[in-house]
Design a binder for this molecule. Structure first.
Ligand code: ADP
Ligand code: MG
Length: 271
């Protein structure tokens, strides 16, 4: 049942924030699953050596499986490395294995080192798979893996945790995005801010929410992801919260956020 608009062109969305633990991976897998459960065809590229996105999508990522590492080296194609997720028939994942841990350093000496993921996505075999959405889950740093993700994407989604110091470090991220924009990928823009781990019992959460909306305006999704035990339990079962506990608040909120992203479309609004 396709009740969400299919984008005219494939949307490539990089999920970035150099802070760890802000909900990048959780948001990537649950948004991707939300769109896939609505009938859209979605690919997740796991660019974090931890492989947490692969785990949550039920995709094997022990050493030796075809992974994003070989894709970046140019040894295999994205189409060869993409494995079907257990979470939906329309959902695929290029897993990250521990091999990726050394790649920040290995990439430094490679030709066209910032554009390797973009190059890999630009193939006929990938075109033929006809993905509506590609999400790239970044590691918690601004190194070459994240730069590859920013060069390959059209849009950046920044998850922000409703906590102390939520906005700290964002300036550095935004400056890096601007650098990539001016030198490597002029079309790149921050399309989406997603507030995560909202705890309605604290005044602080509302302060952070207000501050973020004040700063980013309409880029901020109306949907806010609540802090929820179900969301944090799901990956332990190799699942997204959408299949782990479909009726839960966490699941509903990610479905709502996915719907908002689909309905807003890829268009940049000029004020
Ligand atoms: P990142 O990818 O930015 O490092 P994660 O998505 O891995 O962050 O989230 C960090 C931790 O917080 C994980 O243990 C995850 O399960 C948990 N978590 C993420 N979002 C929520 C939420 N909305 N409610 C409760 N726990 C969450
Ligand atoms: Mg992560």
């Amino acid at each position: 049942d396709l009740d969400l608009p299919r984008p005219k062109n494939r949307r490539i969305i990089t999920v970035a924030n150099q802070k760890g633990g802000v909900g990048k991976t959780t948001s990537t897998v649950n948004l991707a699953a939300g769109l896939a459960l609505h009938g859209l065809k979605v690919l997740v590229i796991d660019l974090d050596p931890q492989g947490n996105a692969s785990t949550a999508l039920g995709v094997e990522h022990r050493g030796g499986v075809p992974s994003v590492y070989e894709v970046l080296l140019g040894e295999i194609s994205v189409a060869d490395a993409a494995a079907k997720s257990t979470q939906s028939d329309n959902l695929y994942c290029v897993p990250a294995t521990i091999d990726l841990a050394g790649s920040e350093i290995e990439l430094v000496t490679m030709v066209a080192r910032e554009g390797r993921l973009k190059e890999a996505l630009n193939s006929e075999a990938v075109e033929a798979l006809d993905f509506d959405y590609v999400f790239v889950d970044c590691p918690p740093s601004l190194g070459l893996l994240t730069v590859n993700a920013l060069v390959a994407a059209h849009e950046v989604l920044i998850p922000i945790q409703c906590e102390y110091y939520a906005l700290e470090g964002l300036g550095q991220l935004l400056r890096n995005i601007e650098l990539v924009q001016s030198h490597l990928n002029p079309a790149l823009w921050v399309s989406t801010i997603l507030l995560t781990m909202y705890d309605g019992r604290t005044k602080l959460a509302d302060q952070v929410t207000a501050e973020v909306r004040d700063h980013f305006g309409d880029l901020t999704l109306r949907t806010v992801i609540p802090r929820s035990v179900k969301i944090s339990e799901a990956p332990g079962f190799g699942q997204t919260v959408l299949t782990y506990d479909p009726g839960s608040r966490g699941s509903m909120s990610y479905l709502d956020a996915a719907r908002e992203i689909a309905e807003r479309g890829a268009e940049r609004k000029t004020a």
